[in-house]
Design a protein around this ligand. Sequence first.
Ligand code: AHN
Ligand code: ZN
Length: 330
Amino acid sequence: MKYRFEIILLLVMIFSACGDNQNKSHKSTESKKIISIPQFDADSAFQFVKHQVDFGPRVPNTTEHSACAQYLYGKLEVYCDTAMIQSFKTRAFDGTILHAKNIIGSFNPENYNRVLLCAHWDSRPFADYDPDPANHRKPILGANDGASGVGVLLEVARQLQSQSPPVGIDIVLFDAEDYGPPQDTQRDTEMDYWGLGSQYWSANPHVPGYFAKYGILLDMVGASDARFYMEGFSLYYAPGVLKKVWNTAHRIGYENYFYFEEGGYIDDDHKYINEIINIPTIDIIHMDKESANSSFFEYWHTVKDNMDVIDKTTLNVVGQTLLTVIFEEQ
Ligand code: AHN
Ligand code: ZN
């Protein structure tokens, strides 16, 4: 029993040291909350884009479209807390009844503080901006126009599976966005035949009385040297959200992608979300002010919108910006 005193002293020292550590770490988390932000994986996002494109054009009422819907639902079902398919019928500009599916995945479904993330997953039935008129009635692969935004959101979902976000998140993949009338027909001024999936969801949200404090739409977020300007409806309906996202992008080093310059009004899915369900929603969309015809990225609505245009750097810029915005939410 010679060492009893020494042993007790040692134990007291160990315990008091532990107590000290606990106090210190407690204090530091109270004064400044340390947030860890997951690292977006652009290789993984690229594979998600490629997998969609490998189905072929994802035009409503085709088998390729059905197969891709099952793939996307399967991914959201694995990564999210809850997932569902919202099936609906909608009438296209030419009277065709489209069998459409919005695909939805949610994190923390019980949290009232929610953020909406969205993109369209269908691809356009008409390459009506192709330089070769012989392609004007061919469907497009929509690697950038469609699959890129969805690819980024699938990778965000995969990250949120391993690190739960501080807010509720709803990922909504809209169908039938790109079935608007071809530009060389009498009907090309009928604007409301675009964004049919977002119009349906905004009038019939997947949760009755659904609300999110804001929304972010991704459209054409995968091409190299993409430029994201301040889109008109975003600036009109959700200026605070737009500034928050653009400032975040600049802070983490992406000022060569996000421009504090106005880019014009685009009739995209966010317009319907803002106007029908009144969730302030911005559009991160690749515009090209120098473009001769379309005002969008070079291969917009052409048969060249394939995997060759997809750049991992751009996917990373958008994905890491989204993850930063999400994890800095209170
Ligand atoms: C129009 O310019 C009519 N719509 C833009 C929305 C869109 C189409 N985004 C991708 N494809
Ligand atoms: Zn399109």
